[in-house]
Each structure stands twice: as C-alpha cells, then as structure tokens.
Design a protein around this ligand. Structure first.
Ligand code: FAD
Length: 283
C-alpha cells in the first residue's frame, strides 16, 4: 500500500496520540530494517507511518539500583557499545554484537527485534533468560508484561494496534551469576540465526544449580523458554556429566517440537553444540 502520511514523533505522547488518531491505518517504524523490506516488496498494508527513532525517552539505557532499563528505540550498536551491559549482562551484549552486518546494528532496534515477532530475533533469547519485562503504552495507559507472554503465535505478538513498546526492563542481580548466549548462523555478514540459545544460571559454592533459565531462538514458532530443560537441571550439580545429559534432554525437546520439519535432524544435533558451548562457560 502507498504511504500517504509520515509522522516524525519526538515524545511518547506524540506516538500514542498518532496511534489513537489513525488507529487501524498506522504502523510504527523504528530502524526500518524489517519494515522497509516489507514496504519495498509491497507487503505493507498501512497508509500512515509513525517514526519513533528520535523519541528521546525511548533512546536511553539507564541503570538504577535494582533495574536496567533499555528504551525500545535503542539500537544493537548502542547495546554493543555499552560497557556496563558488557560487564553485567554479557549474553545480552553478545547477542547484540552477533547481529549480522554493521549497517543493521547501526539501525536495527531492540524494540523492533521484539515487535517483529521473528523466531530468529537475536536479542530475545537473552532477554527471556533474564526474565525481562516490556512496557506497552497507549493513550489509554500502560501494560507491563513479562516478555515471555508477548509471543502468541508464529510472527504474532501481543501488542495492540494502538500500543507502542516503550521500554524493556531487567532486574539487576547482586549475587554471582552467569548469562550466556550462543548462536549458529550461516555466515558472518548476514548471520540470521539458524539457531541460538541463551542461559541464565546461579549456583552455590558446591556447584549445585540454584536457578536456571534457558531460552531458544529459531527452535520453534517464536523465541521461547525451555521450561522442561530448566526443570531437569535445577537442584543438580553442574559437572561434565550433567552438561552432556542436559544437552541430550535439550535435543529431545527440539526433536519433539520440530520432528515434522525438514530442519529437525540438523537442529536436534546442532543445539547440543551451542548449548555445551554456553554452559561450559558456567563451570
Ligand atoms: C540484511 C539484514 C540482516 C539482519 N540480520 C539480523 C540478525 O543477525 N539478527 C536479528 O535478530 N535480526 C536481523 N535482521 C532483522 C532486523 O534487523 C531486526 O529484527 C531489527 O531489530 C528490527 O528493528 P527495526 O528497528 O529495524 O524494526 P522496524 O523495521 O522499524 O520494525 C519492525 C516491526 O516492529 C514494529 N515495531 C518497531 N518498533 C516498535 C515499537 N517500539 N513498538 C511496537 N512496534 C514496533 C514495526 O511496526 C514493524 O512491524 C536483519 C535484517 C536485515 C535486512
């Protein structure tokens, strides 16, 4: 569809007002790395576009005592350049850094990666492993959801037509923990994930796993937590044996989920490799 109106917003209020005024006919653009491809291919069905890339409140990365807040219009490159994220949330930083070409990292946003709903969205598995929440705003108010609950089907997210994703928040953790990310792409320049995994792990002085969250990319209809695997691992001693057993459990889960797909044979084996690479860093 031909674009008839382009609105450049500078505040969240301007975004929500535009979404209300043109409800049903309007679409958000942030970095445009996904949407501009759709517009070029004539797959866009909205006549009005609101550009959120210069909304200052949605462009900030802020650490408070207990939380890290990332504005939805923050770009992959800005996460990659943030030393505090690198030091405290290594897997999140690694995911931003792993995104394909530098041009995409300079334009593509964290909010766009979530809202686009792709199973291969690189930033989502570490955010799921970190139990991140998202804030959605409209002229009727705010909703705060666990990121896990936003994915409702293939390419489908629970963001209403009059809502904008404004912030992503993560609890800061004071104790020792690990947050890792591993991805298998096709080639470096445009490495859209064939599959990825991220894990958050806390263990005690005897190496007993006290808390674990594992999340997958490109291993289902959307990025998802691996609850059965987490259940299998929690309370057990992290050693080489458990790592191998867990990799086999993960592989079995992937087989059960994907066994009707042609990619299953490859993914059920490859997932073991990326999982072992990630969990070895927690030893
Ligand atoms: C060549 C190429 C390589 C790529 N490589 C990778 C890769 O390695 N890893 C990866 O994960 N992705 C990759 N992508 C996909 C893309 O870059 C990411 O998904 C990016 O994060 C999208 O963000 P954006 O700001 O460009 O989104 P946009 O294109 O602006 O928007 C995408 C969708 O999200 C909606 N949206 C955007 N922001 C919001 C918001 N705040 N609230 C509500 N809705 C919103 C838009 O309406 C649109 O539907 C690649 C894309 C290309 C073209």
């Amino acid at each position: 569809m031909k674009i008839k109106k382009f609105i450049k917003a500078h505040t969240i209020n301007e975004v929500t007002k535009a979404l209300e005024e043109f409800n049903g006919e309007i679409q958000i653009i942030a970095g445009g790395t996904d949407l501009s491809v759709k517009i070029r291919d004539g797959e866009n069905d909205k006549a009005v576009i609101v550009d959120i890339s210069d909304v200052s409140d949605m462009n900030k990365i802020e650490f408070s005592d207990n939380k890290l807040l990332i504005g939805s219009a923050v770009k992959f490159a800005e996460v990659e350049e943030c030393i505090d994220i690198k030091n405290e949330f290594k897997g999140l930083w690694a995911a931003a850094k792993s995104v394909g070409a530098p041009q995409i990292r300079n334009l593509g946003t964290i909010g766009g990666n979530i809202a686009n709903g792709s199973p291969a969205a690189d930033i989502v598995p570490p955010l799921l492993a970190l139990n991140a929440c998202v804030t959605l705003e409209s002229s009727n108010g705010k909703r705060i959801l666990n990121l896990r609950d936003i994915y409702i089907g293939k390419g489908k997210v629970d963001i209403k037509e009059d809502e904008v994703l404004t912030f992503i928040t993560i609890d800061r953790i004071k104790e020792k923990y690990y947050i890792e990310f591993e991805k298998l792409g096709l080639r470096n320049a445009l490495a859209i994930a064939r599959l990825s995994t991220s894990l958050y792990l806390e263990k005690d002085e005897n190496n007993i796993i006290e808390k674990i969250r594992v999340a997958s990319g490109s291993l289902g209809l959307y990025p998802m937590r691996e609850l059965k695997l987490e259940e299998f691992m929690v309370g057990k001693k992290l050693d080489k044996n458990l790592m191998i057993e867990s990799a086999n459990v993960y592989s079995g889960i992937v087989y059960d989920r994907l066994h009707e797909r042609s990619t299953c044979e490859f993914k059920k084996e490859a997932v073991k490799g990326i999982f072992l690479k990630a969990i070895e860093k927690c030893l």
